[in-house]
Design a protein around this ligand. Sequence first.
Ligand SMILES: Nc1ncnc2c1ncn2[C@@H]1O[C@H](COP(=O)(O)OP(=O)(O)OP(=O)(O)O)[C@@H](O)[C@H]1O
Length: 303
Amino acid sequence: MPDVAIEVQGVSKSYDQFQALKNVSFSVYQGECYALLGPNGAGKTTMMKLLYGRVAHHPANGQIRVFGLDSLKDSLKIRFFTGIVPQDDNLDYELSVQENLRIYSLYYGMDQKTIQKRIDELLEFMDLRDKKNANIRELSGGMRRRLVIARALLHSPRLLILDEPTTGLDPQVRHHIWDKLRVLLREGVTILLTTHYMDEAFQLADRLMILHEGVKIVEGKPAELIRSHIEPYVYEVPESKANNCTPPDYVRLEKSGEMVRFYAHDVSVLQHLAECLPPGTGFIRQANLEDVFLKLTGRQLHE
Ligand SMILES: Nc1ncnc2c1ncn2[C@@H]1O[C@H](COP(=O)(O)OP(=O)(O)OP(=O)(O)O)[C@@H](O)[C@H]1O
């Protein structure tokens, strides 16, 4: 069993009367990528912020340890080996790309003689070297996101925490960022991320947890969750056409947006259903993480 990087035990968090997290426990092993999934408001960001001491947390019971350090008593020490990519790109728009990195290096008390080398290395790594002296306003959304990741890596952290790293970015930029995160994982960095993209979790996460209304409802490896929680085949049809299909009792139905999904263990049952509609009206596919998410949370990804 690999060493533990993050250990969360029975943690709850309330904002006034509202309980955002309810008795949540999980561990993240060193060098793994662990994803927190959940509908809007599930408590993902709150969990992340507790880890790096961004919200006050005085649990009556519950504890968070990061590389053996207590998140309450040692939050400053934890920040010195943790890189944080927040949900919003909180860059300084008055400064250039490299000035944004330089100012952060002061915050970490980094040696100013060697800092330029590290900045150049990171701009190269995130493919931003041509933008070194550009103003932040001149950067695309994808470039800004890459710069925030470069900034989080300045002090060569052992742990990288990313809150929705690729939200709103085009598929090419998302794949580019995933490639960079894979390089970091190969180098032994531990990664904890939140995402609304099921393909992102499937591509990157060794293990994941689904949070729902502050409660951990499931945890596991993506492929195992699909195998154990969902029928393997899905027939997806627009709701307006689905009235013509009458499924047998053992076919499960789920509505998602404009689509109806029929779930079954036997693909031939779905093929039979498909024959009740004109060809091309719907399609049969294998179940994926999004199907698990829908079944367990009963929610669409963005409501
Ligand atoms: N500072 C705060 N004061 C009061 N309530 C808060 C505060 N921060 C978060 N909440 C509430 O706590 C709940 C969990 O919020 P959180 O941001 O952790 O969810 P999330 O899963 O990250 O959501 P999203 O996917 O939309 O980012 C929400 O109902 C939110 O309104």
